[in-house]
Design a protein around this ligand. Structure first.
Ligand SMILES: [Zn+2]
Length: 264
């Protein structure tokens, strides 16, 4: 079995390439960086089905910390205020940190159906939902990053099934347990493909809901970047004022809008 370090190194290298390809295709640099980071992290995800060890704790902690941050755009688009965002992010963290970790610990077996192509699709679709934002192509880009990172793990696991002994190629018993479309247990297959169908439906429904919500609340919407941009804009504006006493005190309409948003 390839080590944790091998997996994370491979997915990180792929993440760098994925980010660079994104930039070459005119993806905003911040989104390309997020895409690369997601690819890197997704390379660890399949081993969530291991029952113990540092990697599992590491993966759970990182996923729990990163998910609420990735959901900031969604929270902002839902019109949540600053404090409501903090509460929502805290809730997501707790669910990920304790709920999801427990589900994996109790209901998966190592190299079961969580090490499979349909599981990679499930992870990518969940990534698609978590990264809801104003741009559908960017959402697909980030979901693709999760898929690529996840698949890199499966391919590495599968390549590790081959070894040479006394100059002869030998295939280990683990061959076919990682990069698979279905496993040996019929019920696990039914369960996995049902979950894939369910997350697909959820993603479609969520996308439609998110679109209509955004369209109906256009005037109240600010993205997380606008929020942060507004904060920095306000700070710079204050510094500028302090440096220029007696200067024009009239705020620009843009700053006024940002201030209104920040007070909410
Ligand atoms: Zn693995």
């Amino acid at each position: 079995m390839p080590s944790f370090r091998t997996h994370i190194t491979t997915s990180s290298c792929l993440g760098v390439v994925y980010g660079a390809v994104g930039i070459a295709m005119n993806v905003p640099i911040t989104s390309a960086v997020i895409g690369g980071g997601l690819c890197s992290l997704a390379g660890m995800l399949p081993d969530l089905d291991s029952d113990s060890g540092v990697p599992v704790r590491e993966i759970t902690n990182v996923a729990a910390a990163v998910t609420p941050i990735l959901m900031l755009d969604r929270f902002a688009a839902m019109g949540l205020g600053h404090e409501q965002m903090i509460v929502a992010a805290g809730g997501v963290y707790l669910v990920m940190r304790f709920g999801v970790a427990r589900v994996f610990k109790n209901y998966t077996v190592h190299r079961g159906m969580w090490h499979s192509v349909p599981a990679a699709c499930i992870a990518a679709i969940l990534g698609f939902m978590i990264c809801s934002c104003h741009s559908l192509p960017l959402q697909w880009y980030k979901a693709g990053a999760v898929f690529l990172g996840f698949m890199s793990h499966l391919v590495l696991d599968e390549l590790n099934s081959f070894e040479t002994k006394n100059g002869r190629l030998r295939i280990k018993r683990s061959f076919g347990t990682a990069l698979k479309l279905w496993g040996r247990k019929p019920w696990a297959n039914v369960s996995t493909y049902s979950k894939l169908a369910l997350v697909l439906l959820l993603a479609f429904g969520d996308h439609m809901y998110f679109r209509s919500f955004v369209n109906h609340n256009r005037d109240r919407i600010r993205t997380a970047s606008e929020f942060l941009g507004g904060f920095h804009g306000r700070v710079n504006h204050d510094e500028h004022d302090a440096d220029n006493e007696g200067a024009e005190k009239q705020d620009s309409p843009q700053i006024k809008t940002r201030e209104t948003l920040l007070r909410r």
